[in-house]
Design a protein around this ligand. Structure first.
Ligand code: ADP
Ligand code: MG
Length: 340
């Protein structure tokens, strides 16, 4: 069997064995009758929890209780084969956070709620977010300052934990991943571009970009350093340090660092926020080029409504809720949008 066929077959096998543990479709599990109905358990627990007003750890508590119920089920299973299967499922769901995205999607979010709590005071930040993002899409998240854009981005990228709800990103459910699991998930799947660049001041341009390269997973194609420098027009700056560069150049280095990892997902939070119009357009176009060239899914937060025109999908967030979703049939280049 050639390698490709072998991979294909083993993928099909994986999909088959995962079929019954789709974490965003718990009813599938129940369909086998022998499996516990996690969705029902969760609904019941949610009622109990909301009555006791303990919400800061809501998601973690649910997962813990779901797991305990699952273990009970395993203990009561008498058929050895079934027991073994259940144990494997337990590991996949609760240890590895495995879940399945809907076909063609890289992100599926169902019923996401986020609370920020200090002590006993909690603030409800995100309300019942439901969302699907296709692989390779450009998504722009728009909304006023304080509406919850960064919080949503950070939950999708595994930087912040959801309080409740299924957030399935690249085959992992964020609600079920441990801190360590989320760290690995980030390393395996994504890069970040921030408004404030976040470069390492004691490293040169090339060395900063190498930081990204070192984070690349082994099964991902390497993008040559010379190509990155050329794409980002940084060849002459290769040996300079961040303090010797302009804001626009620093942002290009941070885009270079993100690109060197050749990630599946590229998250950007106000990537042009610190740049003037000309440099901002350049940085934006570079992100769009990365999406086009490498089919990287690009998810970008901004408060500039003009960015709506460069996206496949625009998500308008208002007071922590999805106000509207707009899909564009045609997209504009960064040079063609209004900037003011
Ligand atoms: N770590 C945090 N702890 C407590 N509250 C937070 C935290 N991060 C954000 N918030 C609050 O959540 C709300 C949404 O913030 P954010 O997601 O940063 O909005 P945006 O990016 O749209 O400006 C704001 O009211 C903010 O004060
Ligand atoms: Mg923000």
């Amino acid at each position: 069997m050639d390698k490709e066929t072998k991979n294909k077959n083993s993928n099909t096998e994986n999909k088959k064995s995962l079929k019954n543990i789709e974490a965003n479709d718990f009813d599938n599990i129940d369909a086998k009758k022998k499996r516990p109905n996690l969705r029902e358990i969760r609904a019941e627990n949610k009622k109990k929890r909301s009555e006791s007003k303990i919400i800061s750890n809501l998601g973690k508590d649910f997962v813990k209780e779901e797991k305990e119920d699952f273990i009970k089920k395993i203990k009561s299973e008498e058929n050895i084969d079934e027991k073994k299967k259940l144990k494997e499922e337990l590991k996949k769901i609760f240890k590895n956070g495995e879940a399945i995205n809907s076909k063609g999607n890289i992100i599926d979010i169902k019923g996401l709620e986020k609370y920020y709590c200090n002590g006993i005071n909690c603030e409800h930040i995100l309300h019942n977010i439901n969302l699907e993002i296709k692989e390779g899409e450009i998504v722009v998240i728009l909304g006023a300052s304080g509406s919850g854009k960064t919080t949503l981005l950070n939950i999708m990228s595994g930087l912040t934990n959801p309080t409740l709800g299924d957030v399935v990103v690249a085959g992992k459910n964020m609600l079920y991943l441990s801190e360590a699991g989320r760290t690995k998930f980030r390393a395996d799947n994504l890069s970040f571009v921030f408004q404030s660049y976040n470069l390492i001041p004691s490293l040169t341009v090339v060395e900063n970009i190498k930081v990204g390269e070192n984070l690349r997973s082994k099964d991902v194609e390497k993008i040559e350093m010379s190509k990155i420098l050329e794409t980002l027009d940084l060849e002459k700056q290769a040996k300079k340090y961040p303090f010797q560069l302009s804001g626009g150049q620093n942002q290009r280095v941070s885009i270079g660092r993100a690109l060197a990892k050749n990630p599946k997902l590229l998250f950007a939070d106000e990537p042009t926020g610190a740049l003037d119009e000309e440099k901002g357009r350049e940085a934006l176009q570079m992100l769009l080029d990365i999406n086009e060239k490498y089919k990287t899914t690009l998810i970008m937060v901004t408060h500039n409504p003009n960015f709506a025109n460069i996206a496949d999908m625009v998500l308008y967030i208002k007071d922590g809720r999805v106000d509207r979703i707009k899909k564009n049939k045609t997209k504009l280049k960064a040079s063609k949008i209004d900037w003011s």
